[in-house]
Ligand binder design. Structure first.
Ligand code: CP
Length: 326
């Protein structure tokens, strides 16, 4: 059995078996069936967040999860740290390790910045989102929720992903993860928001909103990620934004008239009301955004526990949290 990766950079770092095991642990956490053994506070694992980009959900859920499993939690002070004097990420991570840290959850603007650490991890690392590349823990928690809704046999399921797909690290992780479990993907958005060469036997691109809506079992919305639009492909941004909800966003009214009566809507957040969705949809019972945040807790606790306990001998003095299933 492959051990849980010390650098969780991509959903590809986990086998399907590891993902199902992770979900079983998360379910046990949700049902209070996991017994954590309190440790001497000096031996408690130390978990850091090191976020080089803004975040509400990912950073604060990991912060709460770290505390709930009984670890010490610290947020790396980016703006007053020696990274401001030019210290690079590797030296920073080695310094934290030498001070006794065990896991660092990193969010970065740069794509694939964590890849060089996979061969010889300086410390255990979880990718909290790297540029436009991946956001594996968001995709895992979304998939956990999808399985709760639709069950284990997902071979007849089509998830519609709509919006700024090319700039979305969550979409990239979902598009790698979901087809591994038989899920089909439907994509919809402006042409320049759709990645090239993605159409295959499990992925279909739709040009027409109504046809897209009538062919999906669940809608996964994305915001326009203007902070990653380096290529200036939107010529008239105010005009584009003015028409976006009509052309590429979704209203509750449209969902009611064009989609299956059961169609639910997921969104990793943050949402931009009036662009990818309207206020009525956000406040309706179709919208599952806050449910995604809820399930992020057991999933991220399970990820922390699995990584702390992965017996990676290359990371010296790695601390563990003892846990057992009741
Ligand atoms: N889903 C997500 O990554 O949200 P934050 O940017 O608030 O962490």
């Amino acid at each position: 059995m492959t051990s849980f990766p010390s650098v969780l950079e991509s959903v590809d770092d986990l086998t399907n078996y590891q993902i199902i095991d992770l979900f079983t642990l998360a379910e046990n956490i949700e049902r209070d069936k996991v017994l954590l053994t309190p440790e001497n506070s000096l031996k408690k694992p130390v978990i850091y967040t090191l976020f080089l980009e803004d975040s509400t959900r990912t950073k604060l859920s990991f912060a709460t999860c770290a505390q709930r499993i009984g670890a010490h939690y610290l947020d790396f002070p980016i703006h007053t740290s020696s990274m401001n004097k030019g210290e690079n990420l590797e030296e920073t991570l080695l310094t934290l390790k030498a001070q006794g840290a065990d896991i660092v959850i990193i969010r970065a603007k740069e794509t694939k910045i964590l890849q060089p650490f996979k061969k010889v991890p300086p410390i255990k690392i979880i990718n909290g989102g790297d540029g436009t590349h991946e956001h594996p823990t968001q995709a895992l928690l979304d998939f956990y929720l999808i399985r709760k809704i639709f069950g284990e046999d997902l071979s007849h399921l089509t998830i519609g992903i709509a919006g700024d797909i090319i700039h979305s690290r969550v979409a990239h992780s979902l598009m790698r993860l979901l087809p591994r479990f038989g899920v089909k993907i439907a994509l919809f958005g402006p042409d320049h928001f759709i990645p090239e060469n993605v159409q295959d036997s499990q992925t279909t691109i739709y040009q027409d909103k109504k046809t897209f809506l009538s062919n999906i079992n669940l809608l996964y919305l994305l915001r326009i990620q203007l902070e990653r639009h380096n290529d200036q492909r939107i010529e008239n941004l105010p005009e584009f934004k003015k028409n976006y909800l009509r052309d590429f966003g979704f209203s509750l009214e449209e969902i009611k008239t064009e989609a299956s009566p059961k169609l639910k809507v997921m969104h990793p957040g943050p949402v931009n009301v009036g662009l990818e969705l309207d206020h009525a949809l956000l406040k309706s019972d179709r919208y599952l955004g806050l449910k995604e945040v809820e399930v992020s807790m057991p999933i991220r606790m399970a990820i922390l526990l699995e990584q702390l306990n992965n017996n990676d001998e290359t990371i010296k003095n790695a601390k563990k949290i003892q846990f057992s299933l009741l």
